[in-house]
Design a protein around this ligand. Structure first.
Ligand code: 2AM
Length: 496
């Protein structure tokens, strides 16, 4: 019997679609699922005339694969992956490859990679973005693992992945062990930010202008024009979904959808990683907090009866003007959010020796995935020109956006707040830019002196009032000082 070139375990919708996608690109595929009835149904309904072999025991599955064996796992992230690895490795041989395609936590992937490498197996942890449709028609893929492991599946991955407009496949080798799942995690964090930023625009249009969801959908739809900087999948589906009517009724479905955003963890992991690596990502963090706030529905229902709603006396706001301001504000807020995400990728690349190529990563997000957007072409060019860029905000083409749109973002924030609309991601994006643009953070001066006052924690000093540079000691380190606050005359000590 013809051996299969690739095996797939886990016949959820994503797994089924990925199997069909691989078969469609010419591959012989074996499939296996823990619950046999799902395999039977898949065999009956979807693969009768296809080069997909259903198998009903792990032995049969492993036997059906050509060597070196390549097995894609698409089971629930977490313990299920470890359990499954334990079940399958006694049946496999050294040099065989296991590919975890779920949304695994990158530290688990690093651990599994080391564990399996120690036993002579190859291991790839790959992010896959694009949902069910992506799995079937072409997802964006972010594989990490041994380079030799990637070489075994490079052709397959390039064939099944999405293709950008220039026909480049949306997959590249991301880096060793957990690099692929790390990048997928950041992709998802950025996605959280993008979604929340759009939501805040919608809320502002509703409250400041009194527009209906249908009217707002029409505004947002125009932002999806090919030559618009905001043109993206998320803008497209926001407009499309907001046009949908509640079945059989005249009101918009979105107005009846409960204001609760659930999440599966990748956004929270992104924030945790940012805290661990000391990289501020206020936009993405605000998006995660906002989802948490949304889930506190009962609390909000109770407290909103007591907390007065805030709204300044209605200012006359011109609709066209606000739409223009919101457009430019959203673009800059999004740019700020991506600058944060990319800074986190840079820090993680150093910390975990991922050796990330930011240009390839962003290039691979241009199609297939949820954050696909015209804007990513621009970011690709930026990293092509300068792979070591300090911040996206200062790339020449984006510095112009900062200069031109900063006052629009400020205006938008003012209008939204005066209409009583909370816009934590817009705020986060704006403050991030203001902080990075501050040679001296006065708030930090105050908290530094407070710390020395109550805890004798010491402080550094600036050269003088007009020079924000630091005083250095003879070793060219920041020189440390302390004021003896409790002694008469409060003498200043030099600590280093
Ligand atoms: P099931 O059909 O037997 O539930 C997505 O949920 C996929 O992950 C399904 O194919 C599901 O198999 C599989 N899955 C979830 N938990 C699993 C586990 N502990 N072991 C094996 N497969 C699992």
């Amino acid at each position: 019997m013809q051996k299969s070139q690739i095996g797939l375990v886990g016949l959820g919708v994503m797994g089924q679609n990925l199997a069909l996608n691989m078969e469609d690109k010419g591959y012989f595929v074996s499939v296996y699922n823990r619950t046999a009835s799902k395999t039977e149904k898949f065999a009956q309904d979807k693969i009768q005339d296809k080069k997909i072999q259903p198998t009903y025991s792990l032995e049969e599955f492993v036997d059906s694969l050509e060597r070196p064996r390549k097995v894609i796992l698409l089971v629930k992230a977490g313990q299920a992956v470890d359990d499954f690895i334990e079940k399958i490795i006694p049946l496999m041989d050294k040099g065989d490859l296991i590919i975890d395609s779920g949304n695994s936590f990158f530290k688990d992937t690093i651990r599994r990679n080391q564990y399996l490498e120690g036993k002579g197996f190859l291991f790839i942890g790959t992010g896959i973005s694009g949902g069910e449709e992506g799995a079937l028609k072409g997802p964006a893929m972010m594989p990490g693992g041994q380079k030799e492991a990637y070489n075994l599946v490079q052709d397959l991955f390039e064939k099944i992945s999405a293709k950008a407009l220039d026909n480049k496949p949306c997959v590249s080798y991301i880096g060793p062990h957990g690099a692929g799942h790390y990048v997928k995690m950041i992709h998802n964090g950025i996605e959280y930010g993008d979604m929340q930023l759009i939501g805040e625009c919608v809320w502002t249009f509703k409250k400041a202008l009194g527009l209906t969801s249908e009217e707002i959908a029409e505004i947002i739809e125009k932002w999806n024009n090919e030559d618009d900087v905001l043109s993206s999948y998320l803008i497209e589906i926001t407009a499309e979904s907001m046009k949908e009517k509640d079945k059989g009724k005249n009101n918009s479905l979105v107005d009846l959808v409960a204001d609760i955003t659930r999440m599966k963890g990748t956004g929270t992991w992104t924030v945790q990683s940012a805290l661990e690596l000391l990289v501020p990502i206020p936009t993405i963090t605000a998006a995660v907090f906002s989802r948490e706030m949304s889930q506190d529905k009962d609390l909000r229902l109770q407290l909103s009866k007591k907390i007065p709603s805030y709204r300044e006396i209605n200012k006359d706001i011109n609709r066209e003007e606000l739409v223009g301001i919101a457009h430019d504000a959203l673009y800059l807020a999004k740019l700020s959010s991506y600058a944060q995400g990319m800074a986190l990728l840079q820090a993680a690349s150093e910390k975990y020796n991922f050796n990330l190529n930011l240009k390839n990563i962003v290039e691979g997000w241009r199609a297939g995935c949820i954050i696909r957007a015209q804007f990513l072409d621009e970011i690709t060019k930026v990293y092509q020109d300068n792979p070591k860029l300090l911040s996206l905000l200062v790339a020449p083409r984006f510095l112009d956006v900062v200069k031109n749109n900063l006052s629009k973002l400020a205006q938008f924030i003012g209008i939204a707040h005066s209409a009583g609309v909370p816009i934590p991601t817009m705020d986060g994006s704006f403050d991030y830019i203001l902080q990075l643009g501050s040679p001296t953070m006065v708030s930090a001066q105050v908290t530094a002196i407070q710390r020395d006052f109550f805890g004798a924690h010491g402080y550094f000093k600036l050269k003088d009032m007009d020079n924000p540079e630091m005083i250095l000691n003879k070793d060219k380190q920041w020189k440390e000082f302390h004021t003896q606050w409790m002694l008469p005359g409060r003498p200043e000590e030099e600590w280093s």
